[in-house]
Each structure stands twice: as structure tokens, then as C-alpha cells.
Design a binder for this molecule. Structure first.
Ligand code: GLC
Length: 733
């Protein structure tokens, strides 16, 4: 009997131990809910392992937990493509031969499409490339608001309007994260210039913060469900944004319930106490000035490294805060590299080239087109003069962290030659810049006059002239780290354009840039196009639009002021931009972009939302389902849109609201909806747009709540913010 009992007990024990061994630990069990996996992994980690996860171990990575099989976190730039591999411990290229990526158009171009479907396609495509390159985090998109035309990084963002940026950033993030890669929406927040970016202390009102600068981040987190956010370099109200109690703890993690990871910008962390308690989770890129080179591993000298570890051991810091940081990092790992159904990605696939070209084609903005200068059908002219350095210069290199090692880049000149035939194209450089990247040096050896004269000669002989100029990705142009120092086109382009149009009136100007520029020649030329930075497919997209293969439909995501001083922020002087090198006050407050121009009745050169087509559109019969609404109602707006021109085309109709009488200052109009419709020749479509009245609120800084005041509102439907075609009055009770 005793033996039998012993036998049974031992069988049970063996069974139990086999069962335990066979059972995977919870954190490794893909069938377990993520939160369980997080808590289980956390419970198994040592203090040292937890602290090690909260700071860099190399230029672009932070530790995992090797002992538990939890992978490292690999991050990579940037918003327009997957940056090449850099060395472990420096910004030098690792010179891989398998990391040349698809260069997608700059986000200003994506925004100019006014087409959220393309934002999803963009995010999906770039996310596939990040996944293929085994990145945990894609360091993008950026949604800082376009406050002045001088910000060096405007090309990386989505323009001056918070609603447009919100609608375009959400699908981008969803597309990226479908691939099991975390998007990292940046730079949170108030990083609207590059000058003194590391320390400038921005002051702005609660209304400006809530109505202008935060909405795109809020949408990215609450609708896009971004898995990470990057703190910005600057200060806001006296605290660096990489450890800022108001922005990170109160608003992002508190009000918005962000459950992801706050990653610092590279070198944006300045203090252990603040990094511990003011919302940061992973410290990256802390500069070596802080780190004594003598130490064995410089990463141990990070603010969230030994100082943090010793502080916890000494009882100075509560380990619960560490557990929160590590839980967020683990959550991101289980959503990405340890996710059960993580896809496999694709790299430089034909679909990505198609996506890049489609986004480029739909983002190009036709600003002016008198006398049907465009399209230039193939065969229309014998000799087409192409003039300007930007017709051949690579625009995927440079710009700072968003720079790319592109797998290929079709230049505008190459695209035009492919479209029209070599025998019909004559090229002359016309102007020259310093080709040395990131150099402030002016290349004095350039013979400006001989370049100009040669170009004028070519223009004289040609049937038509295409000037392809603009800015480029060099320092003090469209580039990180510095702002532009002038609003006019650099390198003598204004003088060149005037000289060209004197000898040939049949001239189109194509500006490749990420910022507005002055156009003193605007009335002298029949056609102007904003061609953005279009990436690998630049030449093909431009040639397709110029030749009419594609009918342009882009709309400006930011205003082009006639002169720099017309810009709101600039008009208040240095205190308002760029600040006094210590502090900066956003004096224009909520009147950013067209909000300024329309309220102050200053006519811009080209307005926010402006963009022509090769066809024309007529708006009619705008009406709403009721006249009186309550705060929680949806206004059902309908109007007819007719393609009244000669060919199929797309129109991004915009819907602005105006509060007729308000207790606070409100902009003359505010964008609250847009809709892009493609209409066949002659097609007349009923467009229906639902407008939630609660979106018409202003932020009441006294109550810290959003208020919709009762009273009359005008709904304005426009082809641009300055080209209102229909109006409907409604009353909010
Ligand atoms: C840069 C940029 C940031 C980038 C990071 C890593 O300074 O501000 O956008 O992702 O550092 O390159």
C-alpha cells in the first residue's frame, strides 16, 4: 500500500514538474495578453537590468534583457525613409551595402495631397522598410506646426494647420505600426525652429498650446495610438521638453492616457532628477561633453544610468517610477519585436516606388498657370530649356537626421528627358550652390555671371523654359540644426529668373523646397509650381505632372507670405522669433498661418489650401440638414461639386468655420474638414461632410475646458482658405 502511495505521489510530482517545465514563462507566451507579459517580465528583471533599459547602449539602440531573451530596442530615422546604418558609437556611416532605401517624398508633400488614404499608404510602405531593416522604432513622423517660413525643419512636418496635420498623421502612424514597428511622433513639443533649438525657452498661451501646437500630437496618440513619442530639445515654460512635467506627465501620460514610451531627442536630457520624475522613459544621445571619456563605458555616465541606479539604491528615487518606465518599454517590445503576428516587411520593393511616385504626383501644387502654360504635352515643343541646379542636384541627401542613402533618385532632368526625349531637352545649370554638405561656406569660386549668361543663351534659343530651383538640404536652407537666414531664394536665383523671363516669356518656375519663398518675379512668369522634396521618384512625378500625364491636385499646407514681415511670428520682432537666445514668446498666439493673414486682412502671395488643377471645379447648393444645432450634434453639410473643365481631376474641398460673435479672440476662419474627390470630365457630385459641432470649440484658458459658445457660425466651403465658394449660416444653441 505504502509503495502504491509513493508511486502515485511521485507520478503526480513528475507530472507537475514536467508541466511546469513545459509551460513557457508568461512573458514568452504569445497567447498571453500583453499586460500580463509585461508584468511577468518586469517581475523577473533585476534592478540593474531595469535601469539599463532606460538609456542608450549605442547611437541608435538601447538594451533589452539578454538573460531573458528580451531583444534590444533598435531605433532609426526618419520620417521620409529608413536611414542608413551608422556606426555603433558615432554618427559615421557603417557603410553597409544592403541598406539603400526607398526615399519617399517629404511630409510637406504628403500633407499637400490632403489625402489621408495616401498617408496610410505612406506609413504602410515606410513601415515595411523599417520592419525589413529590423527596426523596433521609426523616429518619425514629425508634426511640429509651421510657424515661420524660416524654420530649417518645416520640410519634415505637415504644415501650419493643426486639423490638417491631425488628419494626415493618424493614418501614417497606423500604417507604420501595422508592420510591428513603433512610430515615434516628434518633437513633443513647441519645437518650431532650429535656431537655439537645444535650449530656447518657449512661452506661449494655453490657447496657442491647445488649439495650435498640441492637436496633431493628441490625434497621433489618441487616434493613431502611437507607441512612442519623442521629447523635443527646447524648453517650454522653463523645463526641457524631454523631462517636462506639464507636457509629459500631466498632458501626455495623464490627460491623454499615453501608454507608450517617451524617448528623448538625441542629447535632449540634462538632469537625472528631472529625467527620473518628469516623464522620460529612454535617454538617447546624451552628448559626450557630459560624459567623461575616461570611463569604461560612456553609456554608464548617462543621466539615467549609474546616477539613477545609485540613486535608487540610496533610496533617493522610488523604484515604482522605474517600473513604470520599464513597463512602457516592455509594452513597446511586446507590440513590436516580440509580437506574435509581426509581419516580415519589404525593402525597396516596386510597390514602394509606386507609392512614392503617387504621393509625389498628388502632392505637387500648381500655384499659377496663366495662358495654359502647363501641361506641356509631349511633342508640343521642339526645344525645352531646363535650367537650374535643382534639376540635377540630389535632394534626398542632407537636411540632417532625415537624410537618406536612397536606392535610386530620378532627378527632374532625368525624368524630363525620359518623358520628352533627349533631343528635345537642353540643360543649363544657371546657378550653383556649395555642394559640400552642411557647410556654411559660400563657394566664392563660382562664376555667377557666366552661369547666368550661359543659361540666358539657352533660354533664348528654346521654345519654352522650365526653371527648376528652390532651396536644398544644406545648412541654412531646408536643414536641421539651423534656420534659414533669408526669405528670398538663395544663390542669385531671383536675378536669374528675371534674366530668363526677359529673353523668353514662355517660362515656368518650379520651386523644390520645404518652405515658402519670396517671389518678386511672380507677376512676370505665366506658371509657378511648388514641387517639394519628392524623393526617389522626383523626376518621374514632376515629368508626369508637367506633361499632363497626371493632373495636379495638391494644395498648400502652409501660406506663402508676400514678404517675410507679413508672417505673424516675424511681425512681432525678435522676442517672438527667434527669441532673445534665452526666451521666446509666441506673440502671435493662436493666429498662426492663414489664421493670421485672414484675421489681419493681409493678402498672402499664395494662400493655405491653394492649388490649381488642369481642369476647373464649380461649387453650388451648399446646405445643412438643419439650421439650429446643439453642442453634441453633427452638422450634415452637403454641396455640389462639378468638374466644369476639360479633363478628369481631383479637388480637395476645404470646410472652414467662423464664429460670428465670440467672447474671446477667434481667427477669421478655422479648418474643420476637407474632402478630396476625383471627378470625371463633366461629373457633378453631391459631397456630404459631417461636422461635429464640438470640434468648433475654443480652449477656455480660465476653465481649462473646450467651449462651444452659442450663437451664429458661418460654414465656409473653399477651394482654398482665400477662395471661398459657398457659405452656410447655422446657429448653435
Ligand atoms: C536629431 C533629431 C531627431 C532625430 C534624432 C536621431 O537631432 O532632432 O529628429 O530623430 O536626432 O537622429
Amino acid at each position: 500500500m505504502k509503495n502504491l502511495k509513493t508511486l502515485i505521489v511521485s507520478i503526480l510530482l513528475i507530472g507537475f514538474s514536467v508541466n511546469v517545465l513545459a509551460q513557457k514563462p508568461i512573458y514568452l507566451d504569445n497567447n498571453q495578453p500583453i499586460e500580463k507579459r509585461v508584468q511577468n517580465a518586469l517581475s523577473l528583471m533585476t534592478l540593474e537590468e531595469k535601469v539599463a533599459m532606460c538609456h542608450a547602449q549605442s547611437t541608435f539602440s538601447s538594451k533589452g534583457v539578454p538573460r531573458l531573451g528580451i531583444p534590444e530596442v533598435w531605433m532609426d530615422d526618419g520620417p521620409h525613409g529608413i536611414r542608413e546604418e551608422l556606426l555603433w558609437d558615432s554618427w559615421g556611416s557603417a557603410k553597409f551595402t544592403n541598406d539603400s532605401c526607398t526615399a519617399f517624398p517629404a511630409l510637406t508633400c504628403l500633407s499637400a495631397t490632403f489625402n489621408p488614404e495616401l498617408a496610410l499608404l505612406y506609413g504602410k510602405s515606410i513601415g515595411e522598410e523599417a520592419r525589413y531593416r529590423n527596426k523596433t522604432v521609426l523616429l518619425g513622423p514629425g508634426v511640429n506646426i509651421y510657424r515661420t517660413p524660416l524654420n530649417g525643419r518645416n520640410f519634415e512636418y505637415m504644415g501650419e494647420d493643426p486639423y490638417l496635420s491631425s488628419r494626415m498623421v493618424v493614418p501614417y502612424i497606423q500604417g507604420v505600426q501595422q508592420n510591428g514597428v513603433a512610430a515615434c511622433v516628434k518633437h513633443f513639443a513647441m519645437n518650431n525652429q532650429e535656431k537655439w533649438r537645444g535650449h530656447i525657452n518657449v512661452n506661449a498661451s494655453d490657447r496657442a498650446l491647445r488649439e495650435i501646437y498640441l492637436p496633431a500630437f493628441k490625434a497621433a496618440v489618441q487616434e493613431g495610438r502611437a507607441w512612442s513619442v519623442m521629447g523635443s530639445y527646447n524648453q517650454f515654460r522653463g523645463e526641457h521638453c524631454c523631462h517636462n512635467d506639464l507636457l509629459l506627465n500631466k498632458i501626455l501620460k495623464g490627460e491623454w492616457n499615453f501608454d507608450g514610451v517617451v524617448i528623448s531627442d538625441w542629447g535632449g536630457v540634462h538632469n537625472t532628477d528631472q529625467a527620473v520624475s518628469k516623464g522620460l522613459d529612454i535617454e538617447m544621445g546624451t552628448n559626450s561633453a557630459r560624459v567623461k571619456q575616461s570611463v569604461k563605458n560612456k553609456y554608464d555616465e548617462y543621466y539615467l544610468a549609474n546616477s539613477y541606479l545609485n540613486g535608487i539604491k540610496a533610496g533617493k528615487y522610488d523604484e515604482k517610477l522605474l517600473d513604470d518606465k520599464v513597463s512602457r518599454i516592455l509594452r513597446m517590445i511586446f507590440r513590436t519585436t516580440m509580437s506574435a503576428d509581426r509581419p516580415y516587411g519589404k525593402f525597396v520593393s516596386p510597390e514602394h516606388s509606386d507609392a512614392a511616385r503617387r504621393i509625389a504626383e498628388e502632392g505637387i501644387v500648381l500655384l499659377k498657370n496663366d495662358k495654359q502654360f502647363l501641361p506641356i504635352q509631349v511633342g508640343k515643343y521642339k526645344t525645352i530649356a531646363v535650367i537650374g541646379e535643382n534639376a540635377t542636384r540630389s535632394l534626398t541627401v542632407g537636411g540632417g537626421s532625415s537624410q537618406l542613402k536612397a536606392n535610386y533618385e530620378v532627378s527632374p532632368l532625368a525624368g524630363l528627358i525620359k518623358k520628352y526625349g533627349k533631343e528635345h531637352i537642353v540643360y543649363s545649370k544657371g546657378y550653383e550652390t556649395n555642394t559640400e554638405m552642411y557647410s556654411k561656406k559660400i563657394n566664392t569660386k563660382i562664376n555667377v555671371d557666366s552661369l547666368l549668361n550661359a543659361a540666358v543663351e539657352v533660354a533664348k534659343q528654346a521654345d519654352v523654359v522650365l526653371f527648376i530651383g528652390g532651396l536644398n538640404k544644406n545648412t541654412m536652407q531646408d536643414s536641421e540644426g539651423e534656420d534659414r537666414v533669408a526669405y528670398n531664394l538663395p544663390f542669385g536665383q531671383d536675378r536669374l529668373i528675371s534674366a530668363l523671363q526677359k529673353v523668353n516669356k514662355n517660362i515656368g518656375v518650379i520651386i523644390l523646397s520645404g518652405n515658402a519663398v519670396a517671389m518678386p518675379w511672380q507677376t512676370d512668369v505665366p506658371s509657378i509650381m511648388e514641387g517639394w522634396y519628392l524623393g526617389s521618384e522626383a523626376g518621374n512625378a514632376l515629368a508626369n505632372v508637367i506633361s499632363g500625364t497626371v493632373n495636379p491636385s495638391g494644395k498648400l499646407p502652409f501660406s506663402f507670405p508676400k514678404k517675410l514681415e507679413d508672417n505673424g511670428a516675424i511681425s512681432f520682432g525678435n522676442e517672438s522669433y527667434p527669441g532673445d537666445s534665452i526666451n521666446e514668446n509666441y506673440k502671435e498666439d493662436i493666429l498662426v498661418g492663414y489664421r493670421w493673414f485672414d484675421t489681419k486682412k493681409i493678402a498672402p502671395q499664395f494662400a493655405f489650401g491653394h492649388g490649381l488643377s488642369y481642369t476647373t471645379f464649380e461649387y453650388s447648393n451648399a446646405t445643412t440638414d438643419k439650421t439650429n444645432y446643439k453642442e453634441n450634434d453633427l452638422v450634415k453639410l452637403t454641396f455640389n461639386l462639378k468638374n466644369s473643365g476639360k479633363l478628369k481631376g481631383a479637388e480637395a474641398s476645404q470646410v472652414y468655420i467662423t464664429q460670428i460673435k465670440s467672447s474671446v479672440l477667434r481667427p477669421a476662419k478655422e479648418l474643420k474638414a476637407f474632402f478630396k474627390a476625383t471627378l470625371e470630365l463633366g461629373e457633378n457630385r453631391l459631397i456630404t461632410i459631417n461636422l461635429p459641432v464640438k470640434d468648433w470649440a475654443f480652449f477656455n484658458d480660465k476653465t481649462q475646458k473646450w467651449d462651444v459658445e452659442p450663437g451664429k457660425f458661418t460654414i465656409q466651403i473653399g477651394s482654398s482658405s482665400a477662395d471661398i465658394r459657398q457659405k452656410v449660416s447655422v446657429v448653435i444653441e
